[in-house]
Design a protein around this ligand. Structure first.
Ligand SMILES: [Zn+2]
Length: 228
């Protein structure tokens, strides 16, 4: 316990300034050792994590950058165009986001499924230049990814229907994504594939059902998410 030489108040916590008269205690003749003996009134702050990410982030991203740059350089020299590097980049990016967000960050299972679906579609689209018949991506691969994700989140939703606000927006997002292959087919003037029609239809059914039964919760969730 330290006593302030000016106002004689007893100070029970560690400070160099008297909490009552605001005089500097060390200048007033109190020794530093005496101050150090008084207990802290707050817990010591540990080392703060660096903003630039963990060692894993640094090593992974640096290696990824090196690999992709070498691949691009080799392709530009040998083929004079970028061919496989896009795929390489998307796969490396995929695993990074998979490890950092899908496994560690996303709180709820439907969120993980949604992140996975978006990542997988980016990887699928990046194979466009390599595979012999790229229309299969929009005809079958994307519809398949969204259809499966919709069914998984849908089942999850049915099991946890008592807490709809947690999963509603994920379900709406995946249902909207379900329209994407159909719209791309339409935009590219490809004859709409049965799988993309099925996916879009399921998306439409999910959206209609959600808005019939959960309109109020959806609107309040949207307001909460976008802070309106
Ligand atoms: Zn004082």
């Amino acid at each position: 316990m330290v006593k302030c030489p000016y106002c004689k108040v007893s100070i029970s916590t560690r400070t160099e300034v008297c909490p009552l008269c605001h005089k500097n205690l060390i200048e007033a003749g109190v020794s530093k050792d005496e101050i150090k003996k008084t207990p802290l009134d707050f817990p010591k702050r540990g080392k703060l994590p660096a903003l630039s990410g963990t060692l894993f982030d640094k090593v992974y991203l640096l290696c990824a950058l090196a690999v992709v740059l070498v691949a691009i350089a080799v392709e530009l020299i040998v083929l004079e165009k970028i061919f496989i590097s896009w795929l390489l980049l998307s796969i490396i990016g995929y695993f990074y986001i998979f490890l950092r967000i899908t496994i560690r960050k996303a709180n709820f299972f439907p969120q993980k499924v949604l992140v996975q679906a978006i990542l997988l579609s980016v990887v699928a689209i990046s194979t466009r230049r390599i595979i012999p018949n790229p229309e299969v991506i929009f005809e079958s691969v994307l519809p398949f990814i969204y259809l499966v994700s919709m069914i998984i989140i849908g089942i999850f939703f049915l099991i946890h229907y008592k807490k709809p606000s947690r999963y509603l927006l994920n379900l709406i997002t995946i249902a909207l994504l379900g329209f994407l292959p159909f719209l791309i087919d339409f935009a590219l003037d490809i004859h709409a594939h049965p799988l993309s029609i099925a996916t879009a239809s399921l998306g439409a059914i999910i959206l209609i059902m959600l808005f019939i039964f959960y309109a109020k919760i959806i609107i309040s969730e949207l307001k909460r998410s976008f802070h309106v």
